[in-house]
Design a protein around this ligand. Structure first.
Ligand code: ADP
Length: 364
């Protein structure tokens, strides 16, 4: 039976208030229309009602119409929401936790072209969650440096067709996921880069992004065919007590998932179809783990969580059910042609909200 126990020495804490009783925060972000969409139909299918709810008005193809459906989340951001607002509401509170020995994961879910990369990384003009989180992290480390010694290690990998690739130092060495009784989930042979400032982190990130597997499909110009996972591990000790003092270890994982669009829309064939089914398999596995975790909440007791069904869920095992707080940003489009993908994303996100994880702190 799969269990959540990561073998850490633990200290249970109550969840932070903005997460309510669950340790997953689910936010939805609707992107603005693209210039091309504005030329055909600029009637948004999304009505944001308030900070927590939205209605999907109509959609499917031109012939099919869905009944309006209301969804409620921790946050709903419309197309005017700034990168800063999204970072501050979804992620800022996690940074202190990571510095204090908690694990956290942030992931973006949605079809290609809905703004996942924009939300996670940003563009030249406005930084997304990853650079904002690192800026905050290094500022806090700097401020605490008199009292504590820190080491920050980062790794960046992609999961493509169920195999792992190091995005910082690509090589032919096989990367494998295993579980360590003390350290939790680790990837053997993955390079860990010692980062001392935000510039170094951004260089690694940009380099890694150039190596990501992307392709054109019929719906989108460039589609991410892989899941990209950036992880940082922060270890710190109290300076005054020296080497004898407890070692605090916090891990932050930031995941830019491959597009969740359906193959039928993208008209994928051959290798694209194989990629597509691997993407769907891992997103399905992620959904199944989320479902099983939420069922366990409702029914209590131990329920099998199928983490082993995909590389993605094996890697995220301690992000969904274990020693962790999770932020999911579901990205959607306002365009009527994307309605089915939008509804699928919102339903997926709604299931996620019922997860209740058990937060523990890592002290070695
Ligand atoms: P994905 O990673 O989901 O495939 P992208 O992040 O690449 O999607 O976004 C697709 C396009 O839409 C990009 O040109 C991006 O700059 C733009 N975009 C997405 N979200 C926003 C937003 N909230 N504000 C402005 N532009 C956005």
């Amino acid at each position: 039976l799969e269990t959540e126990d990561q073998g850490f020495e633990t200290e249970e804490l109550s969840p932070q208030s903005n997460y309510g009783s669950s340790n997953i925060l689910v936010a939805v972000r609707c992107r603005p229309f693209s210039t091309k969409e504005l030329q055909t139909n600029n009637q948004s299918i999304i009505r944001v009602l308030d900070a927590n709810s939205l209605i999907v008005l109509t959609g499917g193809s031109k012939i099919r119409r869905n009944k309006p459906e209301t969804f409620i989340f921790d946050y709903v951001f419309n197309e005017t929401a700034s990168q800063k607002e999204i970072f501050e509401k979804s992620t800022l509170t996690l940074i202190d936790g990571v510095l204090n020995g908690f694990n956290s994961t942030i992931f973006a879910y949605g079809a290609t072209g809905t703004g996942k990369t924009y939300t996670m990384i940003g563009d030249g003009n406005s930084a997304g969650i990853i650079p904002a989180a690192f800026t905050d992290l290094f500022t806090k480390i700097e401020a605490n440096q008199r009292e504590r010694t820190y080491s920050v290690r980062m790794s960046y990998l992609e999961i493509y067709n169920e195999s792992l690739k190091d995005l910082i130092y690509p090589s032919n060495i096989v990367l494998d996921i295993r579980e360590d009784p003390i350290k939790g989930i680790i990837v053997s042979n993955l390079t860990e880069y010692m980062a001392t400032n935000i510039q170094e982190v951004m260089e690694c990130l940009n380099l890694g992004n150039q190596r990501r597997t992307v392709e054109s499909n019929e719906v989108n110009v460039v589609s991410s065919r892989s899941h990209a996972i950036l992880q940082i591990i922060i270890e710190s000790r109290d300076k005054a007590s020296g080497i004898e003092s407890e070692l605090t270890i916090g891990k932050l994982s930031m995941v830019d998932l491959a597009g969740s669009e359906r193959n039928i829309m993208t008209n994928n064939k051959g290798i694209r179809l194989i990629e597509g089914s691997n993407i769907n398999k891992s997103l399905l596995a992620l959904g199944n783990c989320i479902n099983a975790l939420s069922e366990r909440n409702e029914r209590g007791g131990r329920i099998f969580i199928p983490y082993r069904d995909s590389k993605l869920t094996r890697l995220l095992k301690d992000s969904l059910g274990g020693n962790c707080k999770t932020v999911m940003i579901a990205c959607i489009s306002p365009y009527f042609e994307c309605c089915l993908d939008t509804l699928n994303t919102l339903k997926y996100a709604r299931r996620a909200k019922t997860i209740k994880t058990c937060i523990k702190r890592n002290i070695v």
